[in-house]
Ligand binder design. Structure first.
Ligand SMILES: [Zn+2]
Length: 178
C-alpha cells in the first residue's frame, strides 16, 4: 500500500517549513542549508534584469555547462552592484575577459564577468555598492553579465539568492525504496 508514502510526500510539498528547510532526502539540489533565505541578496543590475541563460551546471566538473546565470544589462557599461556585503578577492582578466570576485564570507563567492572594475583586492563592499561596469561579449550582441556563485568548489544557482526558488525543490523528488 503506497498511500501513506504519498500522503507524506504531499505533506512535504504543502509544508513551507519542510520545503524551505531542506529538500526531501536524496534530492540533489544545491539549495541546501547554507543558502540564505530567498531574496536575502539584491540583483546585481538595476532595473531587475531578465535572465538570458539559466544555471546549468555540468554533471561532472570537467564537462561543459553553464556555471552561473546570464543577466541582461540595460546597456554595455551598465553599473554592476554587489548583491551582498563582502570583500573583493579578485580583480583581473581571465583568458580574455575582465572578472571581479567578491568573497561574501561563509565560503560564498560571487564572480561577475565581463565586468571592468577599478576596485582592488581587499576592498570592502556593502550590498548595493557599485563593483564596476558591464562590458560586451558574453551574450553576443546583447548586453549582459555572467554571475556565478560558489561555495567552496561547488557552483550554486545565483537566482536562489535573489528569488524564491523553493517550488523547484519539489521537482527532483525520487520514489523512495519500495
Ligand atoms: Zn554565462
Amino acid at each position: 500500500m503506497k498511500i501513506p508514502a504519498l500522503l507524506a510526500v504531499l505533506f512535504l510539498a504543502l509544508s513551507p517549513v519542510a520545503a524551505g528547510a531542506a529538500g526531501p532526502a536524496g534530492a540533489a539540489v544545491p539549495a541546501r542549508a547554507a543558502v540564505p533565505a530567498a531574496a536575502a541578496w539584491s540583483w546585481p543590475l538595476d532595473p531587475r534584469p531578465a535572465v538570458l541563460r539559466t544555471f546549468d551546471p555540468p554533471p561532472k566538473p570537467w564537462l561543459s555547462g553553464h556555471r552561473g546565470v546570464d543577466l541582461r544589462a540595460a546597456h554595455d557599461g551598465a553599473p554592476v552592484t554587489s548583491p551582498a556585503a563582502g570583500t573583493v578577492s579578485f580583480v583581473g582578466v581571465v583568458v580574455d575577459r575582465p572578472v571581479i570576485t567578491i568573497d561574501h564570507g561563509n565560503g560564498l563567492r560571487s564572480s561577475f564577468e565581463p565586468v571592468q572594475s577599478g576596485l582592488l583586492p581587499g576592498a570592502a563592499v556593502a550590498k548595493g555598492d557599485i563593483l564596476g561596469s558591464s562590458r560586451p561579449g558574453h551574450c553576443g550582441p546583447i548586453p549582459c553579465i555572467h554571475w556565478g556563485v560558489r561555495r567552496g568548489g561547488e557552483y550554486l544557482n545565483p537566482l536562489a539568492f535573489v528569488m524564491d526558488l523553493r517550488p523547484s525543490v519539489l521537482l527532483p523528488l525520487e520514489p523512495g525504496p519500495g
